[in-house]
Design a protein around this ligand. Structure first.
Ligand SMILES: Cc1cc2nc3c(=O)[nH]c(=O)nc-3n(C[C@H](O)[C@H](O)[C@H](O)COP(=O)(O)OP(=O)(O)OC[C@H]3O[C@@H](n4cnc5c(N)ncnc54)[C@H](O)[C@@H]3O)c2cc1C
Length: 382
């Protein structure tokens, strides 16, 4: 499909920024499992100046309101780089649509300019896939709410300025009405015990745990209405699944590009690797896997961005397929490289490590399968 001139320009801008400013930093960040917050802040500012930061947001909350083709073009370009670095282009939570006017005025300018960072905290030690098990409790107090509980595996909680915390406000209500989202400042004295997990991949992108200890949140920082927590989370989830699927795709495309290059150059038994059929088959399987994921992501994006209810299952399909595809492809890429693929000199072993997390975050593969099967079963007449 040919791109409009406008989309081509947006893609070019994103590509130049990613390849000139971000890719050169990847290896050091991965090796150190660290990135200076000041470096990220500078890169976010640059992305904002280029009009890329917050590219996924609609105009109603101050985003650029890009169409599907433009958003997909940016997604394809930013996912070329590693997970911590692709964050600097700001795929921001759509649940911010639930901010009221005053919250939008107070919080959005900092978020949209990349000066302040927001993250969301749903997961708890005893509540991951099963959000009905959320136990972080918000209890009414004068002028606001007092939160107690604990959250874990929360992206950049240690450096975020704002955390969207999902908490239980009415344990007796249905799942759709029992939870509320609170906009909590990280420097709130009620946020304590910040820990950082060591993990397999996504190095330089930190996952944290923390507790909420009598954490007072004023009424002004309730997001949406009391009981709207589930709804505000759902507002974001399909978009986030498309982002997650795109990240698997980006990493796979880059791996395949490298594997094809290597297969053309490296020689064994008097021929290039690419002359051997076993290698060709791996490259062919990668090619088909990648194209299938790309098309599923496009289909999901067309539906989700248009607000079509069919987008929910389309996003689950794309997320399920792309995340599992990313593991297959990065495994084959590593195999094409042989011993060199296992060495840290190249990003190939990183693709393999990083791909694994996509089958867990934003809803595990099993959760996607459950949703997809439920829908398939509901569609037949018996
Ligand atoms: C890299 C990464 C980033 C993350 N970022 C965030 C973040 O920013 N904010 C946040 O809130 N959370 C975040 N998470 C947490 C993530 O959302 C959870 O890890 C995920 O939802 C799974 O929950 P869990 O780890 O508790 O696993 P569990 O829910 O305990 O599941 C364990 C296993 O059992 C399976 N399982 C569970 N129930 C069923 C069932 N009914 N049928 C079949 N199988 C089942 C699961 O699929 C999984 O394989 C992140 C996680 C990762 C890995």
């Amino acid at each position: 499909m040919s791109e409009s001139q406008e989309v081509r320009m947006i893609r070019e801008t994103a590509r130049r920024f990613v390849r000139s400013q971000l890719v050169p930093l990847e290896a050091d960040i991965d090796a150190a499992d660290e990135v200076e917050p000041a470096v990220l802040a500078r890169l976010r500012r640059q992305a904002a100046e280029l009009g890329l930061y917050g590219f996924n947001l609609p105009e109603e909350i101050g985003g650029p309101g890009l169409d599907t083709d433009a958003k997909l073009a940016i997604l394809e370009e930013i996912t070329y780089t590693s997970v911590p670095l692709s964050e600097v282009i700001g795929h921001l939570p759509l649940s911010m649509k639930f901010f009221n006017e005053e919250q939008r005025r107070r919080v959005m300018p900092g978020i949209l300019s990349g000066e302040t960072v927001i993250t969301y905290a749903l997961t708890e030690p005893d509540a991951g896939s099963d959000l009905s098990a959320v136990r972080t409790r918000a209890q009414r107090a004068e002028g606001g709410w007092v939160l107690n509980g604990s959250k874990h595996f929360i992206s950049h909680a240690e450096t975020a300025d704002h955390i969207l915390v999902l908490a239980l406000t009415d344990p007796d209500a249905s799942l759709k009405a029992r939870l509320t989202t609170f906009l909590v400042r990280r420097d709130n004295p009620g946020i304590a015990g910040m820990t950082r997990y060591r993990k397999m991949g996504w190095r330089g992108y930190h996952l944290n745990g923390f507790t909420l200890e009598n954490c007072f949140v004023p009424d002004a920082d309730v997001v949406g209405g009391v009981g709207d927590g589930f709804l505000s989370m759902i507002e974001s989830i399909n978009h986030d699944r498309i982002f997650s699927a795109s990240r698997s795709l980006g990493l796979s495309r880059r791996g395949q590009e490298m594997a094809c290059q290597y297969a053309r150059e490296r020689r064994a038994f008097g021929a290039t690797l690419g002359d051997h059929q076993a290698i060709q088959f791996m490259l062919a399987d990668n090619d088909v896997d990648i194209e299938a994921a790309r098309l599923l992501i496009r289909r999901a994006a067309e539906l989700v961005y248009a607000g079509d209810p069919l987008g929910r299952i389309a996003a689950s399909r794309a997320k399920l397929f792309a995340s599992e595809m990313g593991c297959r492809v990065s495994d084959r890429v590593l195999q094409v490289y042989g011993g060199m693929g296992y060495m840290c000199e190249l990003p190939v072993e990183r693709f393999y490590r990083d791909a694994r997390a996509f089958r867990i975050g934003e809803g595990t593969s099993e959760m996607q399968r459950i949703q997809i099967a439920r829908q398939a079963l509901a569609e037949v007449q018996v």
